[in-house]
Design a protein around this ligand. Structure first.
Ligand code: COS
Length: 383
């Protein structure tokens, strides 16, 4: 759906208030406790945040990509851990079903994902298959009226909370590459599905990742996503094309928050008898941050509009992910620098963002994978 501009404007105002009044004051305690309070999660449900990208026919808001990125610019002016609570339901956890699920699978799962009743995770990465996703070893073999999965998935976002996993597994052991991979919708709990201990991460406390281990994990025949074998890798790539745009918008939102904070500090902090914002070397850092965040915002809007218009935006999504996530890394570094010694001290919160944003350059494809995708597509498309 495309919201009319008034409705979208009202929604954005509501999000702005929610971030300012509810999320920002909770940032420090969430980082300390490694938990997003259930009351805030309930408010996210009431705002419809779990179902932003899920079609209205299945209970979601059915935002277009262009609308989704506008919401994310606003919603992510705070700790990224908050986005993670509903991020997989809107992104990699649900989009396999939205894009390639059967009608029955959509009806079964999407309304519960949209309402936030259940959380979904995306299980592609393995101990030996990160950037080289097509080399994954988790197997699924036919057994009776279903499939049996074996293998280990690693760094799976929201695994400790999830009741539904989109799991990429090899159904054809003779085919070592992408063509041997299928996707399955695996419900938890399941006696054959075990979770590792939550990972101890550099940042983004409040967002959780863990290993997911399948040991003779039986799933019924209708757990095969789309009912088709051999399509799992392509589904994963399509989900990631969309996910990469989503993460790009998240990076823009966080960068704009950091720019607000560094600007505030530059105006308040007095040295040599003047606010440090009057010094040109500090101004250079402010200006570089503003220019780069603006460029990223414009790129993300353009790629989102192209996707809505039906274009294949694989290249553009990788361009956005590459530029925006590297950009927010530079902005966070400058935010620490402008804060000086205070930037290194936890009480000011800037060092927390510095650690939080480091993940953006890694997950949903490292910067190097984005470069590889961009260049490969360029070479393929050249005459
Ligand atoms: N959309 C649809 N199909 C796609 C696609 C896309 N964006 N990208 C690739 N495919 C298809 C290809 O067309 C190919 O199908 P055919 O053999 O029928 O032509 C198949 O998928 C295999 O593609 P390819 O040969 O390009 O696969 P590679 O093994 O070379 O891997 C990369 C490609 C490196 C791009 C991929 O493995 C990747 O994105 N790795 C990073 C994984 C990642 O982001 N992990 C993050 C964790 S998940 S949060």
């Amino acid at each position: 759906m495309a919201l009319d501009s008034q409705t979208l404007g009202q929604f954005l105002d509501t999000i702005e208030r929610f971030v300012r009044e509810r999320l920002e004051p909770a940032e420090e305690s969430v980082a300390e406790s490694d938990t997003v309070p259930p009351a805030l999660i309930d408010e996210m449900r009431q705002l419809g945040l779990f179902g932003m990208t899920i079609p209205e026919a299945y209970g979601g808001l059915g935002l277009s990509m262009r609308e989704e990125v506008e919401v994310l610019f606003q919603l992510c002016r705070t700790s990224p851990a908050f986005r993670s609570v509903h991020g997989t339901n809107n992104g990699i956890g649900s989009q396999g079903v939205v894009l390639d699920g059967t009608e029955e699978q959509k009806r079964k799962y999407l309304p519960r994902l949209a309402s936030g009743e259940i959380i979904a995770s995306f299980a592609l990465t393995e101990p030996d298959a990160g950037s080289d996703a097509a080399s994954l070893k988790t197997s699924a073999r036919r057994s009776g009226n279903g499939w049996v999965l074996n293998g280990t998935k690693r760094f799976i976002t929201n695994a400790p909370e999830a009741s539904l996993f989109t799991v990429m597994a090899r159904t054809n052991p003779a085919e070592k590459g992408a063509a041997g991979i299928s996707a399955f919708l695996v419900e938890a709990p399941n006696p054959g599905l075990k979770l590792g201990k939550p990972d101890r991460k550099m940042g983004q406390r409040g967002a959780h990742t863990a290993d997911v281990v399948f040991e003779d994990c039986f799933v019924p025949a209708d757990a095969l996503l789309g009912g088709t074998e051999g399509q799992g890798f392509k589904t994963a790539m399509k989900v990631l094309d969309r996910g990469r745009l989503h993460i790009s918008a998240v990076a823009v939102g966080v960068a704009e928050r950091l720019i607000r904070d560094m600007l505030r500090y530059a105006k308040e902090r007095v040295q040599f008898g003047h606010p440090i914002g009057e010094f040109q070397l500090v101004q250079a850092m402010l200006a570089d941050s503003r220019a780069e965040a603006y460029a990223a915002r414009a790129m993300v809007r353009d790629a989102a509009a192209r996707r809505d218009a039906g274009e294949n935006v694989s290249t553009e999504a990788s361009c956005c992910k590459y530029f925006s996530t590297e950009m927010v890394g530079r902005v966070a570094d400058r935010a620490v620098q402008i804060h000086g010694g205070a930037g290194y001290i936890a009480d000011y919160g800037v060092e927390r963002f510095y650690r939080d944003v480091r993940l953006f350059r890694l997950y949903e494809g490292t910067s190097q994978i984005q470069q590889l995708v961009i260049a490969r597509n360029m070479l393929r498309d050249a005459d």
